[in-house]
Design a protein around this ligand. Structure first.
Ligand SMILES: *[C@@H]1O[C@H](CO)[C@@H](O)[C@H](O)[C@H]1NC(C)=O
Ligand SMILES: *[C@@H]1O[C@H](CO)[C@@H](O)[C@H](O)[C@H]1NC(C)=O
Ligand SMILES: *[C@@H]1O[C@H](CO)[C@@H](O)[C@H](O)[C@H]1NC(C)=O
Ligand SMILES: *[C@@H]1O[C@H](CO)[C@@H](O)[C@H](O)[C@H]1NC(C)=O
Ligand SMILES: *[C@@H]1O[C@H](CO)[C@@H](O)[C@H](O)[C@H]1NC(C)=O
Ligand SMILES: *[C@@H]1O[C@H](CO)[C@@H](O)[C@H](O)[C@H]1NC(C)=O
Ligand SMILES: *[C@@H]1O[C@H](CO)[C@@H](O)[C@H](O)[C@H]1NC(C)=O
Ligand SMILES: *[C@@H]1O[C@H](CO)[C@@H](O)[C@H](O)[C@H]1NC(C)=O
Ligand SMILES: *[C@@H]1O[C@H](CO)[C@@H](O)[C@H](O)[C@H]1NC(C)=O
Ligand SMILES: *[C@@H]1O[C@H](CO)[C@@H](O)[C@H](O)[C@H]1NC(C)=O
Ligand SMILES: *[C@@H]1O[C@H](CO)[C@@H](O)[C@H](O)[C@H]1NC(C)=O
Length: 835
């Protein structure tokens, strides 16, 4: 079995090496291409890699009543369409060895022709596959060009049967068939956003998706030879309402696909992303009429039912890196604003010209048109434009032949899934262990041949066969697509060489590494005696694989081979913010730099708190979890402790206290009730740390100085915060900026969460603080107080942790041991949790 399966893989890998056209072509490890009715195999040499369509005999279940017909019109001889399999009774193709529990692509080709006594264009028939009805009362009238029907079929078993059923007194025919496993990232991670009805949620798994439109905006036409999955992408001319006010844009520069964010050339090739239709408007139009706006609208006629709408974007419009926020615009689908907010490109991408897509699900009540419009945003965006690169519409079809297939409708929120995942995590541990036992070295070899970002070939296969399959299936958000083999990680880190170690955390050691494709990564390896256990590992994978934002560190992959728990992140060149504050040789940061870092970190947190239907609470905000990259751009890291916030109607989640001492929200500590305001508290402590450049707990100091939050609040209450700021900042900070900053920190540190501002307010105020610093406007000291919220109450003396707990700490200023997550004391705090 293994040998049988490996052969086509190696063959196709060889083919791909020989093909010069596109080196990155998708090579499904299981693929069946047949030229129905043909006497000899046919090679499509223009495909890259070239594909061979075999004769269909060996797949045909009962060939007694079928005919192999040739097109008597020689013009098409030698093509896929010069023959057809025809019958006046049902016939079935059976494909064995398909991958179970995954989406397979099934593509049916039809080109009717006239043969003596058979007129294929009048054939009327149905096609069933597995127990789905793919086509019903189907006729193909177009005799000039082939009709291709494409389906993404959720396949549970390894056998796929495709049945052609003619209507009485008619015939059924087919010209060619393709069946191959869909790239794993294609649909598995789809979490479509509802259009119109916010409760709309369709689990795509166990359904059939029929491709109804696939459009490259504005063009050119992409033929199967040019596409990574042999698809056809048509131009948008037939669908655009009015091309006035729009223009075609294209670039020839290379794009940055980020596989860990779900983008790949298989999702859509560069030819889709390097062209776009955008607004054609001149500055003059805005000068004379600042409110000017238009919609660019496309319209697609569809049947009634559920439809998955996939919009492809790649910002080839903005000047590279010229603007902080990049482009912001509005997307409408069927007259509904498709996203809760506007589409902010920077929320979806990290790099310039990075492709991404967004999925939507819409319920079309009666046969009508799905319209998609893009329009400028004039409030939020610095540049006024809007664009679209590509579009696909799939009809969600769950029509079954037998008894109704139960459509599993889950709350597709990551919330439900994470909660389920956490509950089941113990069971998953067991099943993952089983998986490990079943792995064979052979499969690993083939896995290595794939690029580092490719899919976890082995584990998926085995999990579906092992008894643990259902358990794994219950936790679909553990994205197996991010699996990286231990061998690759060892290679990247020189077998976890000490010289590559860049840190130690509660989780284990962190190494720097370079993957075989040259991408620099940070590798976080759990030590066997790690205090953070498997649930955190899972949470981190689940949360991180769901969210992407330029101010949140992205997860590139993970490895759970043997008893390893390894997380692989994008590498942040300059390391944790704390290293630039105190106790390290690193250069000191200017006040402006520090403010910018705080602003960026607040943006990351803001995204966690509000970017999803459910609030994600970080739970461990601190200066070591804010990482700096090139140019000191900041990203929030370490989601191992993240928790989903309360859902609507509740105000908090109850949970055993976790976090890092000194940053911990006292209200949370007392009540065990976690809210997003707990992060705001920790962020407030971090702000003080940035300002004062000292550890948040420093046992070497006098008693009243030990806790930074307490110490700073005392000085704040006396209006003398400047007395304790980082000496390196003295003379540099504008006094208004400092005062504002103090106010922000103070508000974050309010004893009760409800008195603290939301992180969005904090962000806004920090931006204001930066403005005050930059404009150097002289103001009366209290002139701008309370610009955002009414007034600040007098500083209360917030009750901190009992100092008996504090006094156990051995933290010394500056060294990593002051990170109290690792300390004995902290582990007692959390020991009741049964990690
Ligand atoms: C033969 O093919 C040509 C071009 O494809 C088409 O115009 C013509 O109608 C066909 N003739 C028959 C008999 O199918
Ligand atoms: C079809 O092609 C074959 C060989 O290619 C040729 O012998 C035959 O005459 C052609 N038939 C017609 C109708 O053109
Ligand atoms: C298909 O055609 C048959 C007979 O013409 C009819 O009974 C059946 O309802 C049709 N099905 C659909 C979906 O139109
Ligand atoms: C598609 O490939 C053909 C060669 O097979 C080439 O001539 C054509 O320009 C390509 N089109 C696009 C859009 O890349
Ligand atoms: C863009 O608009 C200008 C005038 O506003 C027009 O001259 C030009 O032809 C338009 N370009 C396209 C591609 O429509
Ligand atoms: C519906 O979409 C089709 C293209 O799919 C278009 O030709 C037609 O004009 C549209 N109809 C309406 C009412 O917008
Ligand atoms: C959207 O609005 C336009 C114009 O207001 C209207 O003609 C069209 O029917 C609407 N479409 C839907 C799907 O409601
Ligand atoms: C664009 O279309 C949306 C949805 O149909 C509509 O609400 C909005 O007013 C339109 N904008 C303009 C400028 O026409
Ligand atoms: C198909 O799915 C829709 C929504 O997901 C559901 O309402 C309907 O009952 C399903 N039908 C069958 C036959 O499963
Ligand atoms: C084929 O590859 C997919 C991932 O692309 C994997 O899930 C599956 O297990 C592989 N099947 C075999 C037989 O190697
Ligand atoms: C895709 O999702 C299904 C069900 O959620 C799961 O069984 C399967 O393992 C997933 N495959 C990958 C590659 O994530």
């Amino acid at each position: 079995m293994e040998a049988f399966r490996r052969t086509p893989l190696l063959l196709s890998l060889l083919l791909s090496l020989l093909s010069t056209a596109t080196a990155t072509s998708f090579i499904p490890n299981i693929s069946i291409y047949i030229d129905c009715g043909a006497k000899d195999p046919i090679t499509l040499s223009k495909d890259s890699p070239p594909r061979i369509f075999n004769v269909d005999d060996s797949y045909l279940q009962s060939d007694k009543n079928t005919l192999s017909l040739s097109n008597p019109n020689n013009s098409s001889s030698g093509s896929l369409y010069s023959t057809a399999r025809v019958s006046s009774s049902s016939f079935t193709y059976k494909f064995n060895n398909m991958d179970p529990n995954t989406f397979n692509v099934l593509r049916l080709h039809f080109l009717p022709f006239s043969a003596p006594s058979y007129e294929l264009s009048t054939a009327k028939f149905s096609v069933h596959a597995l127990n789905y009805i793919l086509l019903d009362n189907f006729t193909v009238a177009d005799t000039a060009s082939p009709t291709i029907k494409e389906f993404f079929l959720w396949t549970e078993s390894s056998d796929m049967e495709v049945q052609f059923i003619p209507q009485s007194n008619s015939i059924a025919f087919v010209s060619a068939i393709e069946a191959f496993i869909a790239p794993q990232e294609m649909l598995n991670s789809s979490n479509p956003k509802p259009i119109g009805d916010p409760t709309l949620s369709v689990d795509l798994v166990k359904q059939v998706l029929e491709t109804v439109y696939r459009v490259n905006m504005p063009g050119p036409l992409i033929t199967p030879h040019n596409d990574t999955l042999w698809r056809t992408w048509v131009t948008d001319d037939p669908y655009i309402y009015s091309a006035d006010g729009s223009k075609k844009t294209s670039v020839s520069t290379s794009l940055t696909y980020v596989p860990s964010q779900g983008s790949s050339e298989e999702i859509a090739p560069p030819t889709v992303y390097n062209t776009a239709r955008s607004m054609n408007l001149s500055e003059v139009q805005f000068i004379s009429n600042p409110g000017f706006n238009i919609n660019i609208t496309w319209s697609f006629s569809v049947d009634s039912g559920y439809h998955l709408i996939r919009l492809h974007f790649c910002d080839i419009i903005s000047e590279t890196n010229s603007l902080d926020q990049g482009l912001v615009f509005t997307v409408y689908i069927m007259n509904y604003s498709a996203l809760t907010n506007n589409l902010r490109i920077s929320d979806y991408t990290t790099y310039s010209q990075e492709p991404f897509y967004i999925d939507f699900i819409a319920h079309v009540m009666s046969a009508q048109n799905i319209t998609v419009s893009i329009s400028m945003d004039r409030t939020d965006s610095k540049i006024r434009n809007a664009f679209l690169n590509g579009l696909e519409i799939f009809k969600v079809n769950n029509l079954t032949t037998k008894k109704n297939h139960p459509a599993v409708i889950l709350g597709a929120t990551i919330g439900g899934v994470i909660v389920i995942a956490l509950i089941l995590s113990c069971i998953v541990v067991v099943s993952i262990k089983k998986r490990h036992q079943k792995r064979t070295p052979d499969v690993k070899e083939t896995h290595l041949l794939w690029s580092p970002m490719t899919r976890g070939v082995n584990s998926i296969d085995n999990s579906s066969k092992s008894g643990g399959a259902t358990t794994i299936g219950a936790s679909p958000r553990v994205d197996l697509g991010l699996l990286i083999s231990l061998a690759q990680i060892k290679m990247a880190t020189d077998n976890f060489d000490e010289k590559n170690q860049i840190g130690v955390g509660g989780f284990g050691k962190v190494y720097k590494g370079v993957l075989s494709n040259g991408v620099k990564v940070a590798v976080k390896r759990a030590s066997s005696r790690s205090q953070q256990g498997f649930p955190e590992f899972q949470t981190e994978i689940e949360v991180l694989s769901q969210i992407r934002h330029r101010h949140l560190v992205s997860l590139i992959g993970y490895c759970d081979e043997r008893s390893e728990m390894i997380l692989v992140y994008e590498y942040m060149e300059k390391g944790p913010l704390r290293n630039y504050l105190y106790g390290n040789e690193s250069p000191s940061l200017s006040w402006k730099q520090r403010l910018e870092i705080c602003i960026e970190a607040a943006k990351g947190l803001h995204y966690l708190h509000t970017g999803y239907s459910q609030t994600i609470i970080h739970r461990d905000v601190k200066s070591t979890n804010i990482l700096l990259g090139e140019g000191y751009s900041a990203k929030v890291s370490d989601f191992g402790l993240s928790k989903l916030g309360a859902s609507i109607g509740e105000t908090h989640v109850s949970t055993a206290v976790k976090g890092t001492f000194g940053y911990l929200d006292p209200e949370y500590f007392k009540t065990q009730k976690l809210t997003d305001k707990s992060d705001v508290y920790s962020f407030g402590v971090t702000l003080l740390e940035v300002l004062c450049a000292r550890p948040v707990i420093d046992q070497s100091l006098a008693r009243e100085e030990i806790n930074l939050a307490e110490w700073a609040l005392m000085w704040l209450s006396q209006g003398q915060l400047e007395k304790i700021i980082d000496p390196r900042l003295v003379g540099e900070i504008n006094e208004n900026s400092l005062r504002k900053f103090g106010e922000i920190a103070e508000k974050c540190l309010q004893e009760y969460g409800m008195d603290r501002p939301a992180i969005g307010d904090v962000l806004w105020n920090l931006e204001y603080c930066l403005q005050l610093q930059e404009t150097e406007v002289r103001r009366e000291p209290y002139e701008d107080s309370g610009t955002s919220e009414a007034h600040f109450p007098a500083v209360p003396f917030v009750r901190r942790m009992p100092s008996s707990v504090v006094s156990h700490e051995t933290a010394t200023s500056g060294d990593s041991r002051s990170d109290i997550t690792n300390s004995n004391v902290f582990s007692q705090l959390i020991s009741g949790e049964g990690r």
